[in-house]
Design a protein around this ligand. Structure first.
Ligand code: M6R
Length: 615
């Protein structure tokens, strides 16, 4: 949930770390801090606020920053966001500094123990406890930093990615991970450390992704030593070639990453099905599915686990799998599933959906399902992420880096992957006719062009956004395949504009939410031609009778809703099962423009972070 960056090598460390932190700010932006060793002194600077605030604080102070350093951007867990609770944290002697992403669950008992032996603490954080535990072990056992980190971590319960530096051994940085990601960029005579590879892609394409329960001793001008934290055994690290490039993680002329990512959807969806959807041969090729076809076909049911937007994609998938492949599906919030003693058998197939591949609750749900013998299939965007590695098989979405905290292209590409899987299983089970199958492939191939068409309503949507930007509440209604889209539209509005919004199945409106409707309430209704159209039109009548303001998402050429609604936004026609890929687009743009006109920080909404690596 926080971002970690480090550097050791011949270059100046400061610019690498500051730029790296900016790229990792999507992981948290409550505070930022840096520790730099200039060959003589250790300089630590930290502040509440964003990386740019840290940069301003350091202005004129950095002349020779040295070539070793670590930096942190925080999403607060223990202790409010303020200067003192910001990372890096010092040990009591002032020799050690640490940055940490994760939670030390037993920090309170460790803190009491250390306090009883004279240690004092300035902050409210679990991290300051950890750095003092390491210092305590180091002096008690009279060992070097690497060994002290290892012994200390074996006493710790929780999740962490850490980087530790000792000014009395200033030629090395020790890093370790359990449950939070950590990558090492391997250059010529230099090493980069980061929560993901984005801070170092312009310097090296070679990366080592540390596995859980591994630590690395990274020394200047020496080889990296990777060890198991538990038993100290040496690990031969796998050096992987990175596929991402700088352009993918820059804004490319757009004002915000969110807008760029909304506009990337035609390409992202195309990248998702490219090489998998072979229309002319009328086949879908997905090795993760082919290799495990027996398990899919023998499944009593599919259980989908996910959080947030990924959970909404799972809800769309429920309709698709049941409709096309006739397999019963249950969709679970990973956070509930993992704690409610669910009934899971070896005949269950679990599909875990996660953009980041690092969401702690989803990861825990996967581990639980695996322990009961279920087969677990992952749908992730981030290649090599924890969930991608933990699952038995999977399919990447290939959406490219998603940096805006509000998920956009991840959602539509997840739906694309899940549609491909459902279609493949439907074909294998014989629950879809050959002509219907071909029709779906043809329509799916046309989706990127249709998304482009839907994006043409951008200026029109901006005008609607300007009208409703000061609303306090908003309702989103949809039926069938578009009920989850209503939920997703409401989530988008909530998270970036802080306007209260609720998504509901349109027919449920009568069971409560209708009481909220008056002339001040905007209601976004998804009313495309193929999804229970007449019934939704009746719902719109009911809203109109109560003077609600109706924004209809309709199929091109629609007449009926246009007559009733205050505004309509058209999307191209497609098959009902594919309609969420189009109806989502105006809802993303609507929330984006409302948030922008309210002056909100669209890419970094308050209190949120891109990947939730704590439960
Ligand atoms: O990385 P994941 O897909 O596992 O993340 C799940 C949620 O945290 C995420 O979708 C969140 O709800 C987004 N901010 C929504 O836009």
């Amino acid at each position: 949930m926080c971002g970690i960056v480090g550097y050791i090598g011949p270059r100046e460390a400061y610019p690498i770390i500051i730029e790296g932190l900016k790229r990792l700010e999507y992981r948290g932006y409550d505070s930022a801090g840096i520790a730099l060793f200039d060959g003589k002194d250790l300089k630590v600077c930290k502040t509440k606020g964003k990386v740019v605030d840290l940069e301003n604080k350091l202005l004129n102070e950095i002349s020779n920053s040295g070539s070793i350093g670590i930096g942190h951007t925080r999403w607060a867990t223990h202790g409010v966001p303020n200067d003192v609770n910001s990372h890096p944290h010092h040990s009591n002697s002032g020799n050690l500094v640490i940055i940490h992403n994760g939670i030390i669950e037993n920090y309170d008992s460790l803190k009491k123990e250390l306090s009883s032996r004279g240690y004092t603490f300035k902050s409210d954080t679990d991290t300051e406890v950890l750095v003092n535990l390491i210092e305590d072990v180091k002096s008690k056992e009279n060992v070097k930093l690497g060994k002290a980190v290892q012994i200390a971590l074996n006493q710790v319960i929780g999740a962490y990615a850490i980087a530790v530096f000792d000014k009395t051994q200033p030629n090395e940085i020790i890093i370790a991970r359990l449950g939070s990601p950590l990558a090492i960029g391997v250059g010529k005579d230099e090493f980069f450390i980061a929560s993901d590879a984005s801070p170092f892609i312009e310097y090296t394409k070679n990366a080592i992704y540390l596995e859980d329960e591994e630590m690395a001793i990274i020394r200047l001008n020496k080889d990296i030593k990777v060890r198991k934290i538990k038993d100290d055994s040496l690990v031969d690290p796998y050096v992987q070639e990175l596929q991402i490039n700088l352009e993918q993680i820059e804004k490319g002329g757009f004002k915000h990453f969110m807008l760029k990512e909304i506009y990337e959807q035609p390409k992202a969806i195309n990248d998702t099905y490219r090489g998998r959807l072979l229309r002319e041969d009328a086949i879908i090729k997905m090795s993760g599915v082919e290799d495990n076809m027996k398990k899919f076909l023998a499944a009593d049911r599919i259980i989908i686990v996910a959080c947030g937007t990924s959970w909404h994609a799972g809800l769309v998938a429920e309709y698709i799998f049941e409709d096309l492949a006739r397999i019963p599906v249950e969709v679970e919030y990973a956070s509930e599933f993992r704690y409610r003693n669910p009934i899971i058998t070896e005949k269950d197939v679990i599909i875990a959906i996660s953009q980041s591949g690092e969401t702690a609750d989803t990861l825990a749900a996967i581990k639980l399902a695996k322990s009961k013998g279920a087969f677990v299939f992952g749908v992730c965007n981030v290649v090599g992420s924890s969930i991608a590695r933990e699952t038995d098989a999977g399919a990447y979405t290939h959406a490219g880096p998603e940096i805006g905290v509000a998920s956009t292209k991840a959602f539509t590409t997840q739906i694309t992957v899940l549609t491909l899987i459902a279609l493949r299983l439907a074909r294998a089970k014989g629950t879809i006719s050959s002509s219907d199958f071909r029709h779906h492939l043809l329509e799916l191939e046309m989706i990127p062009k249709k998304v482009e068409k839907a994006l043409e309503s951008d200026a029109h949507i901006k005008k609607i956004a300007d009208i409703y930007k000061d609303s306090r509440n908003c309702l989103y209604l949809g039926r069938g395949y578009n009920f989850p889209v209503a939920l997703e539209g409401a989530l988008k509005l909530k998270e970036i504009s802080y306007i209260h919004a609720e998504g509901y199945p349109a027919a449920e409106m009568k069971h409560g939410p209708i009481a909220l409707i008056d002339e001040n309430m905007p209601i976004v209704v998804i009313a495309t031609k193929k999804g229970h159209y007449e019934k939704v039109v009746s719902n719109i009548q009911e809203i109109k009778a109560r003077k609600g303001k109706i924004i209809g998402i309709v199929t091109e050429g629609d007449v009926d809703v246009r007559e009733l609604a205050d505004h309509v936004i058209e999307v191209p026609e497609t098959l009902e099962a594919l309609s969420p890929l189009l109806t989502t687009i105006p809802l993303q743009l609507l929330s984006y423009h409302i948030a922008v006109s309210l002056g909100k920080n669209v890419d970094q909404p308050r209190n949120l972070a891109k990947s939730v690596t704590v439960e």
